[in-house]
Design a protein around this ligand. Structure first.
Ligand code: NAD
Ligand code: TYD
Length: 339
């Protein structure tokens, strides 16, 4: 992949950030361009250890800004795009759906238009299992790649819409694409508005942990580095036009997750506070990853090893999540690509 240029959108966020570090370190001869608007979820302090490497570049830009994105693609002639940039938090999509449609749908379409102009080798669209809607509590049922899309939240509806527009650019214009649909991620640099980092940071600060409803909703958890490896594999080996589900069969109720964290940190379950349920709260997600396994992927973390590693990381990197909670991270300045 020498002299190859990869554009990673949303590379200042949680999964995109881990992916940028993974690629910069794994492929020193590949130029990695991190394009991110730096919304509240974008944080560049996580890249302190790679920001001076010669193959890392940061571009501050908005994926919905056609006047910037199209000339950028025409100038740099990227070989690959791995598209993470999105509004990603379900609760925010319930209070402010509009930005979800703008960023997740329109932003994706602008990137596809730009990609179509330059003969891109592949566009990998990072999507979510939430586009399939919800499963009931029957543990023998799973989402496969052919499960109909039935999104329930404004977030998942905007992601499903973006999946459809990616598919359309493949079918209509022949753009080489893959779509990945991963289960819930966790791991280092996870923004503490989501369940696992919120719980770890609150428990460490001896603050109450809000559990929605009765805590019985089920999510299928995957360590972020296993997700990064899956995307790397799909980027290189994925069959043009195909969708791949990503998940490691790690289903847990929310209450089990919260109790595991509290127990590992040696704190009291009295920190748990049951609160009003989320509107339209999906009951259960569970991925069948057979298709991706057949391509050669398997996860390296179990939920037990992954959550232990993650808790240790939050204990060792208090500097990171404390400045996220205080908002200090937004003052961090780095050298930027000049548009
Ligand atoms: P995140 O919220 O942590 O990061 C999103 C990043 O996108 C931020 O850095 C933000 O600044 C950037 N961004 C937002 N709007 C932008 C815009 N208009 N232009 C440029 N950049 C913009 O999200 P995440 O949890 O890392 O998720 C990344 C992707 O993976 C999303 O597409 C999400 O749907 C998908 N996904 C997430 C999960 C999960 O568990 N978090 C699971 C499966 C799939
Ligand atoms: P979240 O991390 O927001 O991811 P998603 O909604 O994309 O699955 O939430 C994971 C689960 O945890 C979900 O069922 C909602 C629940 N939850 C809580 O019970 N309390 C919280 O404070 C949060 C943020 C989530």
């Amino acid at each position: 992949m020498a002299n190859t240029k990869i554009l990673v959108t949303g590379g200042a966020g949680f999964i995109g950030g881990n992916f940028v570090q993974y690629m910069v370190n794994k492929y020193p001869s590949v130029e990695v361009y991190n394009l991110d608007l730096l919304t509240y979820a974008g944080d560049l302090t996580k890249h302190r250890e790679i920001e001076n490497k010669g193959n890392y570049h940061f571009i501050k830009a908005d994926i919905t800004d056609r006047e910037t994105i199209i000339p950028l693609f025409e100038k740099e002639l990227f070989d690959y795009v791995v598209h993470f940039a999105a509004e990603s938090h379900v609760d925010r999509s319930i209070t402010d759906p509009e930005v979800f449609v703008r960023t997740n749908v329109l932003g994706t379409q602008v990137l596809l238009d730009a990609s179509k102009k330059i003969g891109l080798k592949k566009f990998v669209h990072v999507s979510t299992d939430e586009v399939y809607g919800e499963l009931d509590f029957d543990p023998t049922t799973f989402f496969t790649e052919t499960t109909p899309l039935q999104p329930n939240s404004p977030y998942s509806a905007s992601k499903a819409s973006s999946d459809m527009i990616v598919r359309a650019y493949h079918k209509t214009f022949g753009l080489p694409i893959n779509i990945t649909r991963c289960s819930n991620n966790y791991g280092p640099f996870h923004f503490p508005e989501k369940l696992i980092p919120l719980t770890i940071s609150r428990v460490l600060n001896e603050e109450k942990v809000p559990v929605y409803g009765d805590g019985g909703n089920i999510r299928d958890w995957l360590h972020v580095l296993d997700h990064c490896a899956a995307i790397d594999l799909v980027l290189h080996e994925g069959i043009n036009g195909e969708v791949y589900n990503v998940g490691g069969h790690n289903e847990r109720t929310n209450l089990e997750v919260v109790k595991t964290i509290i127990k590992t940190l040696g704190k009291s379950e009295e920190l748990i506070e049951f609160v009003k349920d989320r509107l339209g709260h999906d009951k259960r997600y569970a991925i069948d990853p057979t298709k991706l396994e057949q391509l050669g992927w398997k996860p390296t973390y179990t939920f037990e090893s992954g959550i232990a590693q993650t808790i240790d990381w939050y204990l060792d990197n208090k500097w990171w999540w404390e400045q996220i909670i205080s908002g200090e991270y937004q003052k961090y300045f780095v050298k930027q690509y000049s548009l």
